[in-house]
Design a protein around this ligand. Structure first.
Ligand code: CP
Length: 309
C-alpha cells in the first residue's frame, strides 16, 4: 500500500495482520535497528492521536522532527505539498498528517510525487483509519473475532470520521453495524439501519459512543436534554447485555453523550482504547515502512520490557 489513508485500502487479512502485530508489540516490544525520522504534521488539535504516535515512534526508536504550524513556513504561504517535500528532502522517512480537509491526500498526489509514506491521523469527516484499527484491536481483545458482532455506533454520525471508518471496516470483517442518532445527526447516504438508543442498547455487543462534533456544525447544537434522550444514562447502562462493552474514541463530552459516572465503569473500554492506540500505531508504522522496503522484519531488535522500580 502506498500510503495509509483509508480503511478501504485494507483487506480483511491485512487488518488482522496489523491487529495481531499490535498485540505482539504490547507483549514483546521491538525497536527498529536503524535511524529513522518522522514528521508529525498536525493541522487540527489532537491529544490522543498525536501523543500516541509520539509514544509509538519513540518506542520504535524513531526520531520525531518537531513541527508547529504557527512557527513553520506554512505561515508564509508554503503549501502542504512543499512542506511534505521539504520533510522528505531533509530526511524524514515517513509523515503522519492530521488535516481538516478530506481532499489533502489527492492534493498531495496531484501536485507531484512524494517518495515517502504518509499515514492519515484523521482527515475531514471521512477517515480516521488508525483510530479504527485501535477500535478493532479493542473488540478483538474482548471477543476474539469481529465477525458476527453487533456494533452500535451512536451519536453525531453525520459529522464523524470515526463512524465512517469503523462502519466500513467492521462491515468488511463481518460485523453488523447499527447507527443511532438524534434527529439531524443521521447520515442517510450511508446504508446502515438506525435504532433509537433504547432499542439499540439491548442489541449491542459493542456500544460505540460519539461526541457531538461542534467544530463541524454551523450552529451550536442544544445539549441540555441530549443525555436523557439520546445518550448513555445510568438507567440505560443497566439494560446493556452482560457481555456488552462501551467504547468512545474521545474526547468525551461528559454528561452529554455519556453520564460522567459511566466513563470508567466496568463495561467501559475507553482508556483501554487509548492504550491500544500506541501499539496499533507502532504496528501501522512498521507495516507501512515494510511495504515501502524501508525496514524488514530482520531490521527489528527485540527489547526487554523495563520493570519499574
Ligand atoms: N480520538 C481522537 O482522534 O482523539 P484526538 O483528537 O485527541 O487525537
Amino acid at each position: 500500500m502506498r500510503h495509509f489513508i483509508s480503511v478501504n485500502q485494507l483487506e480483511a487479512d491485512e487488518m488482522y495482520q496489523i491487529i495481531r502485530k499490535a498485540n505482539e508489540l504490547r507483549d514483546r516490544p521491538n525497536q527498529l535497528n536503524r535511524q529513522l525520522f518522522a514528521g508529525n504534521l498536525f493541522f487540527e488539535p489532537s491529544t490522543r492521536t498525536k501523543m500516541s504516535f509520539t509514544v509509538a515512534e519513540r518506542k520504535l526508536g524513531v526520531e520525531i522532527l518537531d513541527f508547529h504550524i504557527e512557527a513553520s513556513s506554512l505561515a508564509k504561504g508554503e503549501s502542504l505539498y512543499d512542506t511534505a517535500k521539504t520533510f522528505e528532502a531533509i530526511g524524514a522517512n515517513f509523515l503522519v498528517i492530521r488535516h481538516p480537509s478530506d481532499q489533502w491526500i489527492s492534493e498531495l498526489e496531484q501536485e507531484g510525487k512524494l517518495n515517502i509514506p504518509v499515514i492519515n491521523a484523521g482527515s475531514g469527516k471521512e477517515e480516521h483509519p488508525t483510530q479504527c484499527m485501535l477500535d478493532l484491536l479493542t473488540m478483538y481483545q474482548e471477543f476474539g473475532s469481529i465477525k458476527g458482532l453487533k456494533v452500535v455506533i451512536a451519536g453525531d454520525i453525520k459529522h464523524s470520521r470515526v463512524a465512517r471508518s469503523n462502519a466500513k471496516a467492521l462491515t468488511k470483517l463481518g460485523a453488523k453495524v447499527i447507527f443511532s442518532a438524534a434527529p439531524g445527526f443521521e447520515d442517510h447516504t450511508l446504508e446502515y439501519p438506525y435504532l433509537t438508543m433504547d432499542e439499540a442498547i439491548e442489541e449491542a455487543d459493542v456500544l460505540m459512543l460519539l461526541r457531538i462534533q461542534h467544530e463541524r456544525h454551523l450552529h451550536k447544537a442544544e445539549t441540555s436534554d441530549y443525555l436523557s434522550l439520546y445518550g448513555l444514562t445510568k438507567e440505560r447502562y443497566k439494560k446493556l447485555q452482560d457481555h456488552a462493552i462501551i467504547m468512545h474514541p474521545a474526547p468525551i463530552n461528559r454528561g452529554v453523550e455519556i453520564d460522567t459516572s459511566l466513563v470508567e465503569s466496568e463495561k467501559s473500554r475507553i482508556f483501554k482504547q487509548m492504550d491500544n492506540g500506541v501499539y496499533v500505531r507502532m504496528a501501522i508504522i512498521m507495516h507501512v515502512l515494510s511495504e515501502w522496503g524501508i525496514i524488514h522484519e530482520n531490521n527489528l531488535i527485540k527489547c526487554k520490557s523495563l520493570t519499574a522500580i
